[in-house]
Design a protein around this ligand. Structure first.
Ligand code: BTN
Length: 260
């Protein structure tokens, strides 16, 4: 039995084509594999009920179980994406969209983004985003992979995931209609993409306001060094601003190791 009604998704959102599979290794990987075809039907969605080898940022993996939303939105970078210099803001825009949805589902909780691509409830991760760009034989595509813990329990997750993650079900004890939640998520995403295309500075500023790290001590591993300092927010191009000693450093890639 499928948890999703793909025809409802294309009828009620900006998505024009849904590539649905009951089980997949990774929706992002299938989107990359099918990139030449998906380019022509974008905005498209790769969707599955059960993902067995989800990819995270860098070397990380993404654990998921049935009842979660695991999907990848495929856009024509030129027609649907922001200007090249604003592309780093796409993960932030998608994070804001997911944050808005989670805040509606969990009105009594504190829901924040965490640079560059997480959504947290309190300090527990509920959503991760992996955005990628690839060439096809006709143009470039943007892939926005979203993993959102909705009706799944974390009971069968590995220890390190269970300790730092949560789901809507874990927090409310109630299941929600996954197709309806996905449709709401995509409608928030459509709004966020519109904003990042028209006014990327607004996306960066909203992100800085909603970010768990802003104003807090952060330890971060960049590709070249380990840095610790107080987060000053997010720059207009999406970089994390970290005060290290007397200097404010602009960090464009990195993995947050600790925050207060
Ligand atoms: C992260 O937090 O490091 C990013 C996690 C992104 C997970 C999603 S689940 C759907 C899509 N397919 C994947 O293989 N990864 C993304």
């Amino acid at each position: 039995m499928s948890f999703f009604q793909p025809e409802q998704v294309s009828a009620r959102t900006f998505i024009e084509y849904v590539e649905y599979h009951p089980a997949l290794e990774s929706t992002n990987s299938l989107a990359v594999e099918l990139r030449d075809e998906l380019y022509h039907v974008a905005p498209a969605l790769v969707l599955t009920d059960e993902q067995s080898a989800g990819r995270g940022r860098g070397i990380h993996t993404w654990w998921s179980a049935t009842g979660a939303i695991t999907c990848s939105v495929v856009l024509d970078a030129h027609r649907h994406g922001p200007a090249i210099e604003s592309r780093p803001l796409i993960a932030l825009a998608a994070g804001l969209a997911a944050r808005a949805l989670v805040a509606e589902l969990l009105p009594n909780h504190t829901v924040q983004t965490k640079w560059p691509n997480d959504v947290l409830v309190g300090d527990q991760k509920i959503c991760g985003i992996l955005s990628e760009q690839h060439s096809t034989d006709s143009g470039s595509i943007l892939i926005i992979g979203i993993g959102l813990n909705v009706n799944n329990s974390l009971a069968t997750a590995p220890d390190e995931v269970r300790q730092r993650a949560t789901s809507v079900f874990e927090l409310t004890g109630q299941s929600v209609d996954l197709t309806e939640v996905l449709i709401r998520l995509l409608n928030h995403l459509s709004h966020a993409l519109d904003q990042v295309c028209r006014n990327p500075v607004e996306t960066a500023q909203e992100s800085a306001k909603c970010d768990r790290l802003t104003g807090h001590e952060v330890k971060i591993q960049t590709p070249t060094e380990l840095l610790a300092g107080k987060c000053q927010g997010i720059a207009n191009d999406g970089a994390l601003l970290l005060k290290v000693g007397d200097a404010v450093r602009e960090i464009r890639a990195g993995h947050v190791l600790e925050f207060s």
